[in-house]
Write a protein that binds this ligand. Structure first.
Ligand SMILES: Nc1ncnc2c1ncn2[C@@H]1O[C@H](COP(=O)(O)OP(=O)(O)O)[C@@H](O)[C@H]1O
Ligand SMILES: [Mg+2]
Length: 302
Protein backbone atom coordinates (compact mmCIF):
# COMPACT_ATOMS: atom_id res chain seq x y z
CA UNK A 1 0.00 0.00 0.00
CA UNK A 2 2.62 2.47 1.10
CA UNK A 3 4.77 1.62 -1.91
CA UNK A 4 1.80 2.20 -4.22
CA UNK A 5 1.05 5.58 -2.66
CA UNK A 6 4.69 6.60 -2.93
CA UNK A 7 4.92 5.51 -6.55
CA UNK A 8 1.97 7.68 -7.40
CA UNK A 9 3.38 10.65 -5.52
CA UNK A 10 6.99 10.49 -6.60
CA UNK A 11 8.71 7.90 -8.81
CA UNK A 12 12.17 8.63 -7.29
CA UNK A 13 10.96 8.00 -3.73
CA UNK A 14 9.33 4.85 -5.03
CA UNK A 15 12.63 3.51 -6.41
CA UNK A 16 14.40 4.49 -3.18
CA UNK A 17 11.68 2.81 -1.11
CA UNK A 18 11.74 -0.39 -3.19
CA UNK A 19 15.50 -0.55 -2.89
CA UNK A 20 15.49 -0.03 0.87
CA UNK A 21 12.68 -2.60 1.22
CA UNK A 22 14.81 -5.07 -0.70
CA UNK A 23 17.82 -4.38 1.52
CA UNK A 24 15.59 -4.68 4.60
CA UNK A 25 14.15 -7.96 3.32
CA UNK A 26 17.62 -9.40 2.68
CA UNK A 27 18.70 -8.26 6.16
CA UNK A 28 15.64 -9.79 7.84
CA UNK A 29 16.02 -13.04 5.92
CA UNK A 30 19.70 -13.17 6.79
CA UNK A 31 19.10 -12.62 10.46
CA UNK A 32 16.22 -15.12 10.38
CA UNK A 33 18.52 -17.75 8.97
CA UNK A 34 21.13 -16.90 11.61
CA UNK A 35 18.51 -16.85 14.37
CA UNK A 36 17.12 -20.13 13.17
CA UNK A 37 20.55 -21.64 13.76
CA UNK A 38 20.72 -20.16 17.24
CA UNK A 39 17.13 -21.15 18.05
CA UNK A 40 17.80 -24.68 16.92
CA UNK A 41 20.83 -24.83 19.21
CA UNK A 42 18.88 -23.43 22.15
CA UNK A 43 16.06 -25.88 21.50
CA UNK A 44 18.42 -28.84 21.36
CA UNK A 45 20.21 -27.76 24.53
CA UNK A 46 16.94 -27.25 26.40
CA UNK A 47 15.73 -30.67 25.33
CA UNK A 48 19.01 -32.21 26.30
CA UNK A 49 19.21 -30.61 29.69
CA UNK A 50 15.68 -29.95 30.90
CA UNK A 51 13.20 -32.30 29.31
CA UNK A 52 15.15 -35.49 29.23
CA UNK A 53 13.42 -38.65 30.27
CA UNK A 54 16.78 -40.15 31.15
CA UNK A 55 20.45 -39.41 30.87
CA UNK A 56 23.50 -41.61 30.64
CA UNK A 57 26.67 -40.24 32.20
CA UNK A 58 30.07 -41.83 31.73
CA UNK A 59 32.39 -40.90 34.60
CA UNK A 60 35.78 -41.09 32.97
CA UNK A 61 39.45 -40.30 33.56
CA UNK A 62 42.34 -42.68 33.03
CA UNK A 63 43.92 -41.39 36.23
CA UNK A 64 43.10 -43.37 39.35
CA UNK A 65 42.09 -41.66 42.59
CA UNK A 66 40.47 -38.58 41.04
CA UNK A 67 36.99 -39.30 42.39
CA UNK A 68 35.30 -41.27 39.59
CA UNK A 69 33.76 -43.97 41.76
CA UNK A 70 32.92 -41.54 44.56
CA UNK A 71 31.16 -39.34 42.01
CA UNK A 72 29.30 -42.17 40.27
CA UNK A 73 27.90 -43.47 43.55
CA UNK A 74 27.18 -40.18 45.34
CA UNK A 75 25.81 -38.40 42.29
CA UNK A 76 23.65 -41.50 41.78
CA UNK A 77 22.45 -41.27 45.38
CA UNK A 78 21.73 -37.54 45.03
CA UNK A 79 19.75 -38.04 41.81
CA UNK A 80 17.82 -40.84 43.52
CA UNK A 81 17.09 -38.53 46.47
CA UNK A 82 15.54 -36.14 43.94
CA UNK A 83 13.19 -38.91 42.87
CA UNK A 84 15.04 -40.33 39.88
CA UNK A 85 15.46 -44.04 39.35
CA UNK A 86 19.17 -44.62 38.94
CA UNK A 87 21.31 -47.45 37.59
CA UNK A 88 25.04 -47.59 38.32
CA UNK A 89 27.01 -49.62 35.80
CA UNK A 90 30.36 -50.75 37.16
CA UNK A 91 32.89 -51.24 34.37
CA UNK A 92 35.96 -51.26 36.62
CA UNK A 93 37.84 -54.48 37.29
CA UNK A 94 38.40 -53.22 40.85
CA UNK A 95 34.59 -53.01 41.19
CA UNK A 96 34.78 -50.33 43.91
CA UNK A 97 31.39 -48.92 42.90
CA UNK A 98 29.86 -52.35 43.44
CA UNK A 99 31.47 -52.53 46.89
CA UNK A 100 30.17 -49.04 47.78
CA UNK A 101 26.73 -50.19 46.65
CA UNK A 102 27.01 -53.13 49.04
CA UNK A 103 27.76 -55.91 46.57
CA UNK A 104 30.75 -58.19 46.83
CA UNK A 105 32.02 -60.00 43.76
CA UNK A 106 29.13 -61.71 42.01
CA UNK A 107 29.19 -64.68 39.65
CA UNK A 108 27.59 -62.83 36.73
CA UNK A 109 28.74 -59.28 36.02
CA UNK A 110 29.16 -56.64 33.33
CA UNK A 111 31.95 -58.81 31.92
CA UNK A 112 29.44 -61.54 30.98
CA UNK A 113 26.96 -58.98 29.65
CA UNK A 114 29.57 -57.50 27.31
CA UNK A 115 31.30 -60.70 26.27
CA UNK A 116 28.24 -62.91 25.86
CA UNK A 117 25.20 -60.64 25.51
CA UNK A 118 22.95 -63.39 24.16
CA UNK A 119 23.54 -65.63 27.15
CA UNK A 120 23.64 -62.87 29.75
CA UNK A 121 21.35 -59.88 29.20
CA UNK A 122 21.92 -56.89 31.46
CA UNK A 123 18.52 -57.30 33.15
CA UNK A 124 19.79 -60.60 34.54
CA UNK A 125 22.60 -59.04 36.58
CA UNK A 126 20.91 -55.84 37.79
CA UNK A 127 20.28 -55.85 41.52
CA UNK A 128 19.12 -53.31 44.10
CA UNK A 129 21.93 -51.48 45.89
CA UNK A 130 22.14 -50.34 49.51
CA UNK A 131 21.02 -46.93 48.30
CA UNK A 132 17.30 -46.31 47.85
CA UNK A 133 16.19 -46.10 44.23
CA UNK A 134 19.66 -47.02 42.98
CA UNK A 135 20.21 -50.30 41.14
CA UNK A 136 23.59 -51.77 40.32
CA UNK A 137 24.98 -53.67 37.35
CA UNK A 138 28.03 -55.10 39.13
CA UNK A 139 31.64 -55.15 38.01
CA UNK A 140 34.11 -58.01 38.36
CA UNK A 141 37.87 -58.52 38.26
CA UNK A 142 37.31 -60.41 34.97
CA UNK A 143 36.79 -56.96 33.40
CA UNK A 144 40.60 -56.65 33.41
CA UNK A 145 40.50 -59.10 30.50
CA UNK A 146 37.75 -57.32 28.55
CA UNK A 147 40.10 -55.96 25.92
CA UNK A 148 41.42 -59.37 24.90
CA UNK A 149 38.04 -61.08 25.24
CA UNK A 150 36.58 -58.67 22.66
CA UNK A 151 39.62 -58.42 20.42
CA UNK A 152 37.96 -59.95 17.35
CA UNK A 153 34.47 -58.59 17.88
CA UNK A 154 33.39 -56.23 15.13
CA UNK A 155 31.72 -53.03 16.35
CA UNK A 156 32.63 -53.73 19.96
CA UNK A 157 32.26 -50.05 20.90
CA UNK A 158 28.50 -50.53 20.46
CA UNK A 159 28.16 -53.39 22.95
CA UNK A 160 27.31 -51.35 26.04
CA UNK A 161 24.86 -49.13 24.20
CA UNK A 162 23.06 -52.24 22.94
CA UNK A 163 23.12 -53.88 26.36
CA UNK A 164 21.53 -50.79 27.94
CA UNK A 165 18.78 -50.52 25.34
CA UNK A 166 16.26 -52.86 27.00
CA UNK A 167 16.62 -51.25 30.46
CA UNK A 168 17.00 -47.54 29.70
CA UNK A 169 13.25 -46.89 29.93
CA UNK A 170 13.28 -48.02 33.56
CA UNK A 171 15.75 -45.36 34.66
CA UNK A 172 16.04 -41.61 34.53
CA UNK A 173 19.78 -41.74 35.05
CA UNK A 174 22.42 -44.31 34.25
CA UNK A 175 25.90 -43.66 35.66
CA UNK A 176 28.82 -45.61 34.27
CA UNK A 177 31.88 -45.92 36.51
CA UNK A 178 35.01 -46.55 34.44
CA UNK A 179 38.31 -48.01 35.54
CA UNK A 180 41.60 -46.08 35.29
CA UNK A 181 42.21 -46.76 31.58
CA UNK A 182 41.17 -45.41 28.22
CA UNK A 183 40.65 -48.90 26.81
CA UNK A 184 37.62 -50.63 25.38
CA UNK A 185 35.45 -50.23 28.52
CA UNK A 186 35.61 -46.42 28.54
CA UNK A 187 35.30 -46.38 24.72
CA UNK A 188 32.04 -48.34 24.99
CA UNK A 189 30.78 -46.05 27.73
CA UNK A 190 31.45 -42.94 25.59
CA UNK A 191 29.53 -44.52 22.74
CA UNK A 192 26.54 -45.19 25.04
CA UNK A 193 26.55 -41.92 27.02
CA UNK A 194 24.91 -38.51 26.68
CA UNK A 195 27.64 -36.94 28.77
CA UNK A 196 31.27 -37.64 29.59
CA UNK A 197 31.91 -36.36 33.11
CA UNK A 198 35.63 -35.97 33.80
CA UNK A 199 36.54 -35.64 37.48
CA UNK A 200 39.70 -33.60 37.95
CA UNK A 201 41.46 -33.38 41.26
CA UNK A 202 42.25 -29.79 42.31
CA UNK A 203 45.91 -30.37 43.01
CA UNK A 204 49.40 -30.10 41.60
CA UNK A 205 49.76 -32.06 38.33
CA UNK A 206 45.98 -32.24 37.99
CA UNK A 207 46.17 -31.25 34.35
CA UNK A 208 48.65 -34.02 33.58
CA UNK A 209 46.92 -36.54 31.38
CA UNK A 210 43.83 -34.37 30.91
CA UNK A 211 44.65 -33.86 27.23
CA UNK A 212 44.59 -37.62 26.73
CA UNK A 213 41.10 -38.16 28.11
CA UNK A 214 39.78 -35.10 26.26
CA UNK A 215 41.29 -36.47 23.08
CA UNK A 216 39.54 -39.80 23.64
CA UNK A 217 36.25 -37.96 24.17
CA UNK A 218 36.58 -35.96 20.98
CA UNK A 219 37.45 -39.11 19.03
CA UNK A 220 34.26 -40.70 20.38
CA UNK A 221 32.30 -37.56 19.40
CA UNK A 222 33.70 -37.79 15.89
CA UNK A 223 33.42 -41.52 15.33
CA UNK A 224 30.72 -43.11 17.49
CA UNK A 225 28.61 -40.51 19.30
CA UNK A 226 28.18 -37.04 17.81
CA UNK A 227 25.69 -36.06 20.58
CA UNK A 228 28.13 -36.71 23.42
CA UNK A 229 28.54 -33.73 25.75
CA UNK A 230 31.56 -33.15 27.94
CA UNK A 231 31.87 -31.67 31.44
CA UNK A 232 34.85 -31.38 33.74
CA UNK A 233 34.11 -31.82 37.44
CA UNK A 234 36.61 -30.29 39.85
CA UNK A 235 36.99 -32.56 42.86
CA UNK A 236 38.77 -32.69 46.20
CA UNK A 237 39.15 -28.93 46.45
CA UNK A 238 40.84 -27.77 49.63
CA UNK A 239 39.86 -24.12 49.85
CA UNK A 240 42.67 -23.37 52.31
CA UNK A 241 45.31 -24.12 49.69
CA UNK A 242 46.06 -21.27 47.29
CA UNK A 243 47.51 -23.47 44.56
CA UNK A 244 44.26 -25.47 44.54
CA UNK A 245 42.30 -22.26 43.96
CA UNK A 246 44.74 -21.38 41.15
CA UNK A 247 43.94 -24.70 39.48
CA UNK A 248 40.21 -23.93 39.68
CA UNK A 249 40.78 -20.54 38.05
CA UNK A 250 43.02 -22.01 35.36
CA UNK A 251 40.60 -24.83 34.47
CA UNK A 252 37.57 -22.53 34.45
CA UNK A 253 39.47 -20.04 32.32
CA UNK A 254 40.54 -22.69 29.85
CA UNK A 255 37.32 -24.73 29.59
CA UNK A 256 34.62 -22.19 30.49
CA UNK A 257 31.11 -23.61 30.38
CA UNK A 258 32.44 -27.13 30.02
CA UNK A 259 33.37 -27.02 33.72
CA UNK A 260 30.59 -27.95 36.15
CA UNK A 261 29.54 -25.02 38.32
CA UNK A 262 29.55 -27.39 41.27
CA UNK A 263 32.95 -28.11 42.77
CA UNK A 264 33.34 -31.09 45.08
CA UNK A 265 35.38 -30.06 48.11
CA UNK A 266 37.79 -32.33 49.88
CA UNK A 267 35.98 -34.05 52.72
CA UNK A 268 36.86 -36.96 54.99
CA UNK A 269 33.13 -37.75 55.02
CA UNK A 270 33.56 -39.17 51.51
CA UNK A 271 35.99 -41.80 52.67
CA UNK A 272 33.30 -44.32 53.46
CA UNK A 273 33.16 -48.09 53.32
CA UNK A 274 29.71 -48.68 51.87
CA UNK A 275 26.72 -46.59 50.92
CA UNK A 276 26.60 -42.90 50.05
CA UNK A 277 27.56 -39.77 51.95
CA UNK A 278 23.92 -38.74 51.72
CA UNK A 279 23.10 -41.69 53.97
CA UNK A 280 26.09 -41.43 56.30
CA UNK A 281 26.30 -37.67 56.70
CA UNK A 282 23.17 -36.18 55.13
CA UNK A 283 23.81 -32.65 56.38
CA UNK A 284 27.53 -32.57 55.54
CA UNK A 285 29.06 -30.24 52.96
CA UNK A 286 30.02 -33.29 50.93
CA UNK A 287 26.39 -34.41 50.72
CA UNK A 288 25.42 -30.84 49.74
CA UNK A 289 28.10 -30.79 47.03
CA UNK A 290 26.68 -33.92 45.41
CA UNK A 291 23.10 -32.62 45.76
CA UNK A 292 24.18 -29.45 43.95
CA UNK A 293 25.84 -31.53 41.23
CA UNK A 294 22.66 -33.60 40.83
CA UNK A 295 20.64 -30.40 40.53
CA UNK A 296 23.05 -29.13 37.90
CA UNK A 297 22.79 -32.39 35.95
CA UNK A 298 19.01 -32.28 36.01
CA UNK A 299 19.26 -28.85 34.48
CA UNK A 300 18.49 -26.34 37.19
CA UNK A 301 21.81 -25.00 38.37
CA UNK A 302 21.56 -23.79 41.94
N1 LIG B 1 36.03 -35.04 47.60
C1 LIG B 1 36.79 -35.94 48.25
N2 LIG B 1 37.36 -35.63 49.42
C2 LIG B 1 38.12 -36.52 50.08
N3 LIG B 1 38.36 -37.77 49.66
C3 LIG B 1 37.80 -38.15 48.50
C4 LIG B 1 36.99 -37.26 47.73
N4 LIG B 1 36.56 -37.92 46.63
C5 LIG B 1 37.09 -39.14 46.69
N5 LIG B 1 37.83 -39.29 47.81
C6 LIG B 1 38.61 -40.47 48.22
O1 LIG B 1 39.72 -40.59 47.35
C7 LIG B 1 39.95 -41.95 47.01
C8 LIG B 1 39.85 -42.11 45.49
O2 LIG B 1 38.53 -41.82 45.07
P1 LIG B 1 37.80 -42.70 44.00
O3 LIG B 1 36.43 -42.17 43.84
O4 LIG B 1 37.91 -44.14 44.34
O5 LIG B 1 38.67 -42.37 42.71
P2 LIG B 1 38.74 -43.15 41.30
O6 LIG B 1 37.48 -43.93 41.15
O7 LIG B 1 38.92 -42.07 40.30
O8 LIG B 1 39.94 -44.04 41.38
C9 LIG B 1 38.92 -42.75 47.78
O9 LIG B 1 39.52 -43.19 48.97
C10 LIG B 1 37.83 -41.76 48.10
O10 LIG B 1 37.15 -42.07 49.28
MG1 LIG C 1 37.22 -46.02 40.81
Amino acid sequence: MLVAEYSILDPLSSIFYSLSSFVLLVFIRGSKIKNHGIMEKVAINAAEVNNRKFMIISVINQKGGVGKTTTAVNLGAALAEKGQRVLIVDLDAQHNASSLCGTRETTASMFDVLVDPEEQPLEGIVRPSLIDNVDLAPGHRALAGLESALLNVVGREMLLREALDPVRERYQAILIDNGPTLGIGPAMSLCAADMALVPLQCEHLALDGLAQVLQTISTAQRRTNAQLQKRILLTMLDRRINSAKDIVTAVQGRFGREVCQTIISRSSKLDIGVGSVLQHAPTSNAAEDYRALAQEMIGNPH
